[in-house]
Design a protein around this ligand. Sequence first.
Ligand code: UD1
Ligand code: MG
Length: 449
Amino acid sequence: MTLALIILAAGKGTRMRSDLPKVLHPIAGAPLVVHAMEAGKPLSPERCVVVAGHGAELVRKRVLAHDPAAEIVLQTEQLGTAHAVDQARAALQGFEGDAIVLYGDTPFVSAKTLGDIQAARTSGADVVVLGFEAAVPGKYGRLVVEGDRLTRIVEAKDATPAELGITLCNSGVVCADSATLFDLISKVGNDNASGEYYLTDIVDIANADGKRCVAVTCDEAETLGVNSRVDLAAAEAVFQASRRRQAMEEGATLVAPETAHFAYDTKLGRDVLIEPNVVFGPGVVVEDGVELRAFSHLEGCHVGQGSIVGPYARLRPGSDLAEGVKIGNFVETKNAVLAKGAKVNHLSYIGDASVGAEANIGAGTITCNYDGVLKHHTEIGENAFIGSNSALVAPVKIGARALVGAGSVISRDVPDEALAMTRAKQEVKPGLAAKLRARLLELKASRKK
Ligand code: UD1
Ligand code: MG
């Protein structure tokens, strides 16, 4: 079925009390509107039109960054949901296929539910509305159903006491043939309690027109909308719970599932072990058999098969670990490529660097990548050994199988197999410690008198 998504994202989100447009507030590292776009993805929509209003420029940037093929249309005044959809009319002029309306602040509509909606369309409904049994119907629009037909949607503000008793509520998701949808919308007026153009009115209009409208239902959790920071936190919790379950179902062990924090795009292989309090930022790919030990933070990185990371490690964007790499406690990497079997086991910073296979980076090694103005690269050859507490002042190259003595400050290239060290030569004075101590003790005794 040829399909266009229309995502309503013009609302201000007053209750967020934020300078950021509501739909740009993130869940799992991605803005709400991106979640809405992703929700529609399983249907392989041909077009994706986002209706922006408040903070439209920011919304445009973020939406296009996620999908350059998406289209943004402007709703300069928020005159209601039908008016919002109407802003997509010009963009979808001549589009042949169905249109599905989603809300930019409602991130969790499932692929199965969208499939059910399409199935209802295929089996002859002209207009399909997604409803749910609300635990607390409150301000939701109510679906008035007779037999298997949806006859009307009544907004809570306009409802009679009897209608308010209906628990089947409107999610806001609507699907119809695109031309039909815009045709129905052009007949919507604003003579109601809010003085708004209600998208929900198309059901009444379609029925009067002899068209068939039906309601498809889903779990209330799928229609969870975000209106406040409290809602945002609740939505985050829902996302995390479902992502953790998915990770375990796909073959990862989560030692303390409730403490693992995923990003919307985290990719995990099989037999990945995730210890407590591991946090994923966006853009992380973890291959099979990796151990992510407690309190590690990963973002924009690739962790090769069988690598061990942490505890307390931080992999920043551009970190690329090949197979069997070891990154130990209090190690930070950034824009660093580590070849097979490389080890950075303790207290190091490896930034803007490449580390050869089986190289061993001693405790406290720092790549000094920044001169205060520019960033520079450090290259460490295979099987090189960097002694503890060394500073590698970039740009610098340490050859393969080279050895750097502990405590060195290396600012010139070290050839393959060479030994480099910069610390001052050590002096040893036999017996001097004992003499010194005796003198100090004498001094102390003389002061007490
Ligand atoms: C709407 C539905 C209601 C449903 C509820 C579900 C209508 C008339 N009512 O009510 O039946 O139960 O959603 O949450 O459709 N928006 C725009 N431009 C506008 C108005 C709204 O982009 O001019 C966007 C909002 O940003 C939001 C969505 O459309 O994402 C819904 O708008 P909202 O004002 O929240 O509608 P409700 O009154 O909640
Ligand atoms: Mg609402």
